[in-house]
Design a protein around this ligand. Structure first.
Ligand code: KG4
Ligand code: ZN
Length: 355
């Protein structure tokens, strides 16, 4: 059996094909068409522009996924289609949903609607060799999932498969959004997350300018986050520096180190606290910001020190940022539970929530 998956919730047009064969399930193709070049000019994503690009790219990316899968094995058409229906940018989501509906009618295929946040969690179940396996629920649940992306920052208690409770989330900007905005303030380019991460690595003590940023809400007795104030603190610091300093490499590198550390401190502190309170057997990381090496490393170290008996799951780097492979594996899981739908029952929901 094969699953075709489509993901257009943000600014990447993605398709993937998953081949299911008992213990040998694997991703046959995973195509991502990035719109970074287009949005770079504006330092952020314009939904109407992103929608137009998705419309242009999706048919091409779809054919590419088919061709790549056919090169690997005999393959005519998929047996079902999975599509991200939310949360995300409404106009973008509809491009994927409408394309899926058309294809479903044409080829007479059932559809599996997928929640983008759940897909980021399921990205953890794809191995480095693109093989896919659903873990035994006894070994990982209850789990505390930290999903951090450009659009979302959520701490989710997962008591079992399909049993979710959002225990905390950002009250304003998402963690990735904060890094993207800080990069824009510093004139570093887009998307900010990977740029800030690279710059922070290059920082040396010798050239470092002293900067201090707040850790918003870190000691509050809840699991919510707030990253908008952090971005504003960067903006004030930047504006108050003499031009010579704020345009220096040393300043930008110091700021990259400090903003990345501020985000990591808040995320890891609250994640560990939630894992303790809910007696989690595992901590699961997901979303674009999960590609951040320092976050992966520092969360791992804190777990080792404070919760040495729990499992720590992180997705393979290539499956952290948006992709359709994670959508396909989530769909396989729901298909096993009989969740297929007809085209007329599918619609996009920009504010879809896990429950
Ligand atoms: O999950 P994703 O691809 O899209 C959304 O669902 O939003 O996440 C994109 C976000 C962007 O904000 C980007 O800056 C951030 O993930 N990101 C990173 C890294 N790679 C991507 N942030 C920090 N370090 C990285 N290496
Ligand atoms: Zn995402």
């Amino acid at each position: 059996m094969n699953i075709l998956a489509i993901e257009t919730s943000c600014d990447d047009t993605c398709t993937a094909i998953l081949d299911i064969k008992d213990s040998k399930s694997r991703i046959l193709s995973n195509i991502i068409s990035s719109q970074v070049k287009l949005h770079k000019k504006y330092g952020g994503i314009y939904p109407s522009l992103a929608k137009r690009e998705h419309q242009k790219n999706l048919p091409i990316v779809f054919k590419k996924a088919l061709r790549q899968a056919q090169n690997k094995q005999k393959f005519e058409k998929p047996d079902l289609i999975a599509v991200t229906v939310g949360p995300g940018l409404e106009p973008c989501l509809w491009v994927g949903v409408n394309f899926t509906k058309e294809l479903s009618k044409k080829l007479n295929l059932p559809i599996i609607p997928i929640n983008h946040i759940e897909a980021h969690i399921f990205a953890n179940f794809i191995g480095g060799n693109s093989k896919f396996q659903i873990p035994n629920s006894k070994t990982i649940f209850p789990a505390i999932c930290l999903v951090v992306s450009g659009g979302h920052t959520q701490l989710i208690l997962m008591r079992d498969f399909e049993k979710y409770k959002i225990v905390g989330e950002t009250r304003d900007d998402a963690a990735g959004e904060c890094l993207d905005k800080v990069a824009r303030i510093l004139g570093l380019g887009y998307p900010g997350g990977p740029i800030i991460s690279r710059l922070a690595k290059k920082s040396t003590d010798r050239e470092r300018v002293s900067v201090g940023l707040p850790r918003p809400m870190i000691y509050q007795k809840n699991y919510d986050f707030s990253f908008s104030g952090l971005k504003t603190a960067v903006l004030y610091d930047f504006k108050n520096r003499p031009k010579k300093i704020r345009e220096s490499r040393g300043y930008k590198r110091a700021m990259a180190v400090e903003v990345q550390q501020a985000v990591i401190d808040v995320l890891t502190t609250k994640t560990i606290k939630a894992a303790k309170e809910y007696r989690a057997k595992s901590i699961i990381l997901g979303g674009g910001v999960a590609a951040n090496e320092e976050l992966r490393k520092q969360l791992g170290k804190k777990i080792e020190k404070e919760l040495p008996n729990i499992q720590y799951l992180i997705p393979n780097i290539q499956f952290c940022t948006d992709n359709a492979a994670m959508v396909a594996v989530t769909a396989y899981f729901h298909w096993l539970r009989g969740k297929k739908r007809k085209p007329e029952d599918i619609e996009a929901n920009a504010n879809l929530r896990l429950k």
